[in-house]
Write a protein that binds this ligand. Sequence first.
Ligand code: B12
Length: 361
Amino acid sequence: MTGGTDSDFPTSLAEPRERLWQALHACDETRAVAVVRGALGATPSTAERTRAAGERVLLELIAPVQARLGEAWAANDITVAQEHAGTAISERCVAAVVDSTASARPGTPAGRVVVACVDGEWHALPARLVSEVLRLRGWRVDYLGAHVPTEHLVAHARYTRARAVLLSSSVEVLLPAAHNAISSCQGAGFPVIAGGAAFGPQGRYARLMRAEWAGDAPGAAALLDGGPRRPGARAVRPPEADLPHLGDEEYTMVLRSKRQLAKQALADVQESFPETRWYNRYQNERTAEDIDHIVTYLATALYVDCPELFARFLAWTADILTARGVPPRCLLAALDSLVGQLKDFPRVFGILHVARGALET
Ligand code: B12
């Protein structure tokens, strides 16, 4: 397998990164592809150098610019439409790298693997980047894209006799679905390597779910090269086998009463903030959506028993609201409502308490 750096390739991609960002910002696909092709270098090179250049352009040029797109959206500097256009251009840039490096790919594949997004996950570009790096490193990759139903994922892994299944997820609310995919794939005998922001700092949630974890595509390649861990005999298992705290049923209770919890929290927020009476339909819908997300993240924090997950989400939501001129103190009213509604449940109460403290500081 190949990888590593190339002495002919620029040591810093800072300048092309800025130019790619400007092209994405201007929704200019032609300019973006030209930047990518320029960074790949026009001079003929060895296959190994071409592969190394391709990998760096994918991971050090396209990926960080795409992440910057998310930061700009969060800061309310670009619209949702610009973010969508930018993502479509990034996909086109990945395709340009694939075209330019196709002839340099290693001939005989090292093995066949499946790369897929968890059921419900629409962030496909991270999985695509991982797939293309693995291809450049000699793996045959079946890239299944976004939102792959677990039963179809397992069936495809079986059909292709995959060496491993690589699962990508970006949003934490999908952790229960990710857990189901992990245990289903392992139950069918496939090693699983998980990755993406949803799996938490240093992949802590992947490890809770007994999957291997890699922070990036080269990390996944290293695990594959070393022979990924085969699932043990007790691979088919209910969620509480990995997460014994689920035995207290608090997760199930919050999930089942989600609609009622959110409805009451919305009513309490509206009572605490009389100005919400003058909200238009769009603003009312966004407020209801935000509260719905809060309850869903609360349930997810219960699932993995991690108060920090909920606190992180609230800090993120506070930043999003502040950037849009909405006072984040309305989050405290929503939390107080949930504390009142859930005070008899010790674990959920603890999570709300930690988050409230973090939000007040
Ligand atoms: C583009 C985008 C979208 C697009 C995705 C389209 C597509 N084709 O991918 C759309 C519009 C669908 C979308 C929807 C949503 N999004 Co969005 N999105 C983004 C954005 C801007 C870029 C995602 C991306 O491509 N990142 C670039 C890649 C390179 O970064 P990466 O994820 O770190 O991936 C690397 C590593 O993590 C690793 N890796 C990833 N997967 C794997 C797998 C394996 C096996 C391995 C080894 C490694 C690995 O390797 C990758 C390459 O280096 C991010 C911002 C961001 N910072 O990422 C937000 C972001 C992820 N989205 C966010 C949100 C909130 C949402 C929505 C909930 C919005 C909404 N209200 O509807 C929905 C959720 C939809 C869903 N259920 O999936 C938030 C998540 C915040 C949070 N706390 O969870 C982010 C962070 C935006 C932000 N700044 O706040 N989004």
